[in-house]
Design a protein around this ligand. Structure first.
Ligand code: HEC
Ligand code: HEC
Length: 680
C-alpha cells in the first residue's frame, strides 16, 4: 500500500540511515528537515535548520545501529561573512552546512565553508586603479593596489581572483569526509566568462564537523591545464569543456573514484584523491562521460561498476561503465518527451537553451526530437568552452542571491518567475534594475558578453538584438527560451495557521494602501512594456536608436537605454523610482567598466512575487532582511520603518513572506494607466 507522508513545503532532497530506519527530508521553503520513521511511515520529528535546506546525507559507520549516525544538510545559498567585505566581493560570503546526530535531531550545529582566495584565474583590474586607469574610475575599491603606477604591473593586470561557495545543491559522505560541489560565485569585475562562476568542491571533516579548507578545489583550475582542441575538432570533443554547474556527485563505496556531474556541459567527470587527499581530475587526461541533455543526478552501483545519470531535459538515464570508462547507453528512456511540433516540446527546447553551457542550433529545431539535439555540436554558442549558462546564475530560472558588478552597476540577480504575468505573456517586465532591456531576446547579448559565447541568433548576430530591440523571431532557440521563461515557477510558501492568517490579512490591507501602486499588478511590479509595437527602438537607444513607431512611442522618456517613463495623452506612467537606496558615495557603486553607475534616476520596481525566498534585497543586495529594507526604503516623506507603525510593519512582513503564485495581486499604477489610456 502506498502511504502519503506529509513532510513540509517544497521537499528537495532526502537521505536514509544505513539500516533504513529513519528518512530525513529537507523542506526547501519551510527551512526544516522532517524525520520520518520508515516502519511507522510518519513524521516523528521536525528540525528547524534555517533558510533553504537543499541537499542531505547521512554517515554510515557500518554497525547495525542507526542511532549513532550524523546527518549533514546544505543551505543552498551563501551568507555574508560577518565583518567581511560583503556583497559584490569574491570573498564576501560563505557556505553553510548544518549537522545533527540521528538520535537527537534537534541539536543542530552549523559549520561554515570559506571562500577560496585564489581560484586559479586572474583578471585585469586596470580600469579600477586610479594611478593607471585610462579614465578615472568611479571607485577604487576593486583595485588590488592603489599605489601602483606601472600600468604593466601584473599585480593589476593579472590579479588573482577568488570565489565563494554558492548553490550547494548536492552532498556526499566518503571516507570520513563530506564533499559539497557548488557553483562558486566570483562577482567582482570585470565581467568575464572565466571569472564569474567556478566549479568548486568544498570538503568537510565529518568527525570534527569542520571544513577541511586545504582540500577545497576548483575543478576549473585543473581543466584549464587541458590542451585546447583545434577549432575544427572542438564540436566533437568535451576536452577542455569547463565544469560550469556542478550539481551532483557520487563515488564508489571505497572512495576510490568520484563522479561529478557538469549539468550545462552534459558530462560526468571522473576524479580521485591525490597523495594529499585532494580531488584530482588528472588534468592531462581528464575522463569525461558524455550524457544526455542536462544531467542533474548520479548514482554509482554498490559494486562500483556502473553509474546511472538522470537527464532532466531528455527524460532519460545515461548508463556508464565505470570499468572501461565508456557510456553504455546515453538515453535510456525514463519517460516520453513531448512530441516535436507541440507547444510542450518548444518549451522543453527553451529549457535546454537556458541550461546548456554548450549550445543549440539557432533555427530548425521545432521538428527535432529533444534527444536528437546534440549541444556538443554547438559548443561555443552558449559560452566560451562551456564555462557558464543562464542557469549558472538563475537556478531553476530564479536567482543565485549574488550581487554581480555588472554593466550598469552592482546588481543582485533578478529571479525570472515574475518576468511575465502567468496569465498573460503579453504582460512583460521592462528588465533589470535600470530598465535597460525589453525582452528575453535582448539577453542573447549576455551569452555573448558575460558567458563569452557567440549566442543563438546567427554569426554575426542579428543586428536587431540590442536593448529594447527585437522581442520575437530572432531565432527559434531564442523564441523557445522566451517560452520557457514564461513557465518559471515560484516556490510555494508554507501554509500558515489560522492565527497568523489574521495578521497576513491585516498586512494585505497595509500593502494595498502603501505599496500596491508600485508593487501591484499580476507580476507584483508595475514595470511593464506598455509602449507599443516592439521592437520599440531601431537600435540601442544609448547609441542613438529612435522608437520604430514614433507615432505611438513618442511618449517614452529615457536616459540612454533606461526607460524612465511613458506618456500617452495626458497620462504618464513612471518606471524609474528614486527611493533613497542609491548612494553614489558607496564604494560598491561602480560599473564593470570602472565608470560611474546608473541609479541616480531611481530603479525599475522589482517584483515582490516570492519575496520571502529571495533575500538579499535591493539592486546592490544591501538589505539582507525585510527589516533592513524597511529601514532604507523611502515611503512618502520618510522610511517605511518610520512612516508605518510597528504593528503595521509586522503585519506587512507576514504578508510579504506569504506571497507566492497563489496570492491574489492588486491593481498597480500601470493597470490604472492602461485603463485610463484604454490601450489594453
Ligand atoms: C553571471 C550571472 C548571470 C548570468 C550568467 C545570467 N544572468 Fe540574467 N541576470 C543577472 C543579474 C545580476 C541580473 C540583474 C541585472 C540588472 O538589474 O542590471 C539579471 C537579470 C536578468 C533578467 C531581467 C529580469 C527582470 O525581471 O528584470 C533576465 C530576463 C535575465 N537576467 C535573463 C538571463 C538569460 C536569458 C541569461 C542567459 C543568456 C542570463 N540571464 C544569464 C545575472 C546573470
Ligand atoms: C514609488 C514606488 C514604490 C513604492 C510605493 C514602494 N516601493 Fe518597494 N521598491 C521600489 C523600488 C524602485 C525598489 C528597488 C530599490 C533598489 O533596488 O534599490 C523597491 C524595493 C523593494 C523591496 C526589495 C525587493 C527586492 O527584490 O530587492 C521590497 C521588499 C519592497 N520594495 C517593499 C515595499 C513595501 C512593503 C512597500 C509599501 C510599504 C513598498 N515597497 C512601496 C518602489 C516602491
Amino acid at each position: 500500500m502506498i502511504a502519503q507522508i506529509p513532510v513540509g513545503t517544497e521537499p528537495r532532497a532526502c537521505a536514509i540511515t544505513p539500516n533504513k530506519k529513519l528518512l530525513f527530508v529537507a523542506n526547501y521553503t519551510t527551512g526544516t528537515v522532517a524525520v520520518v520513521d520508515t516502519s511507522a511511515r510518519r513524521v516523528v520529528d521536525t528540525v528547524a535548520v534555517g533558510p533553504n535546506p537543499a541537499a542531505i546525507a547521512v554517515t554510515n559507520d557500518g554497525d547495525k545501529d542507526d542511532a549513532d549516525e550524523t546527518v549533514f544538510v546544505t543551505r543552498f545559498l551563501a551568507e555574508p561573512i560577518p565583518g567581511g567585505p560583503g556583497e559584490g566581493f569574491d570573498t564576501g560570503k560563505r557556505g553553510i552546512v548544518w549537522s545533527f546526530p540521528s538520535a537527537s535531531p534537534r541539536t543542530v550545529s552549523t559549520l561554515t565553508l570559506s571562500p577560496i582566495a585564489n581560484s586559479g584565474f586572474t583578471a585585469d583590474r586596470t580600469a579600477f586603479c586610479p594611478a593607471v586607469a585610462p579614465a578615472p574610475p568611479a571607485s577604487d575599491v576593486f583595485c588590488p593596489d592603489v599605489a601602483i603606477t606601472d600600468p604593466n604591473s601584473n599585480v593589476i593586470k593579472a590579479d588573482p581572483q577568488g570565489a565563494y561557495p554558492n548553490q550547494l545543491g548536492s552532498i556526499l559522505i566518503r571516507g570520513g569526509r563530506v564533499y559539497v560541489p557548488n557553483i562558486g560565485a566570483a562577482p567582482e569585475p570585470p565581467i568575464k566568462f572565466n571569472v564569474n562562476v567556478q566549479a568548486l568542491v568544498h570538503v568537510v571533516d565529518a568527525t570534527a564537523r569542520q571544513e577541511a579548507a586545504s582540500l577545497h578545489v576548483n575543478l576549473n583550475e585543473q581543466i584549464k591545464a587541458e590542451t585546447q582542441p583545434a577549432a575544427a575538432d572542438a564540436t566533437k570533443t568535451l576536452t577542455r569543456v569547463f565544469g560550469n554547474d556542478v550539481v551532483a556527485i557520487d563515488a564508489t563505496r571505497s572512495g576510490s573514484a568520484f563522479f561529478i556531474v557538469s549539468r550545462g556541459g552534459n558530462y560526468v567527470m571522473r576524479a580521485a584523491l591525490d597523495a594529499n587527499q585532494k580531488l584530482t581530475l588528472n588534468a592531462l587526461n581528464v575522463i569525461r562521460f558524455r550524457t544526455g541533455n542536462i544531467p542533474n543526478g548520479i548514482v554509482v552501483s554498490a559494486d562500483g561498476r556502473r553509474a546511472y545519470v538522470n537527464n532532466e531535459v531528455n527524460l532519460s538515464v545515461s548508463v556508464l561503465n565505470l570499468e572501461t570508462n565508456d557510456v553504455i547507453t546515453r538515453d535510456l528512456a525514463s519517460a516520453e518527451p513531448p512530441a516535436p511540433g507541440t507547444f510542450a516540446h518548444a518549451v522543453l527546447l527553451g529549457k535546454l537553451a537556458f541550461f546548456t553551457a554548450l549550445g543549440v542550433p539557432d533555427n530548425g529545431i521545432f521538428g527535432t526530437p529533444v534527444r536528437d539535439v546534440v549541444p556538443l555540436e554547438h559548443r561555443g554558442k552558449a559560452s566560451d568552452n562551456g564555462w557558464s549558462d543562464c542557469a549558472s546564475c538563475h537556478p531553476d530560472g530564479l536567482a543565485d542571491g549574488v550581487t554581480w558588478i555588472f554593466a550598469t552597476g552592482p546588481r543582485q540577480t533578478i529571479p525570472l518567475d515574475a518576468f511575465f504575468a502567468k496569465d498573460n505573456p503579453g504582460d512583460q517586465r521592462i528588465s533589470n534594475y535600470s530598465a535597460v532591456m525589453g525582452s528575453i531576446t535582448d539577453f542573447n547579448n549576455n551569452a555573448r558578453g558575460v558567458q563569452g559565447g557567440t549566442g543563438f541568433a546567427g554569426t554575426p548576430p542579428n543586428p536587431n538584438i540590442h536593448p529594447h530591440g527585437l522581442t520575437q523571431g530572432a531565432s527559434d532557440s531564442l523564441d523557445a527560451m522566451t517560452l520557457w521563461v514564461q513557465t518559471v515557477r515560484t516556490p510555494l510558501v508554507p501554509a500558515v495557521n489560522f492565527r497568523l492568517a489574521g495578521f497576513i490579512f491585516s498586512g494585505r490591507e497595509v500593502f494595498a494602501a502603501q505599496c500596491a501602486t508600485c508593487h501591484g499588478g499580476a507580476k507584483w511590479s508595475k514595470s511593464q512594456v506598455v509602449y507599443r509595437d516592439n521592437p520599440a527602438f531601431t537600435k540601442d537607444p544609448a547609441a542613438g536608436g529612435v522608437p520604430t513607431d514614433p507615432g505611438v512611442n513618442v511618449g517614452i522618456v529615457g536616459a540612454g537605454p533606461q526607460i524612465a517613463s511613458y506618456t500617452l495623452g495626458t497620462n504618464t506612467i513612471r518606471f524609474l523610482e528614486p527611493l533613497g537606496t542609491f548612494n553614489p558615495a558607496n564604494k560598491l557603486e561602480i560599473r564593470a567598466t570602472g565608470a560611474a553607475p546608473l541609479g541616480a534616476l531611481g530603479f525599475n520596481v522589482p517584483s515582490l512575487l516570492g519575496i520571502g525566498q529571495s533575500a538579499p534585497y535591493f539592486h546592490d543586495g544591501s538589505a539582507q532582511t525585510l527589516d533592513a529594507v524597511f529601514a532604507a526604503h523611502d515611503l512618502g516623506g520618510g522610511k517605511i520603518a518610520t512612516v508605518l507603525t510597528s504593528t503595521q510593519q509586522l503585519d506587512l512582513q507576514m504578508f510579504l513572506n506569504s506571497i507566492d503564485a497563489r496570492t491574489e495581486p492588486f491593481p498597480s499604477a500601470t493597470d490604472a494607466f492602461l485603463d485610463a489610456v484604454d490601450v489594453n
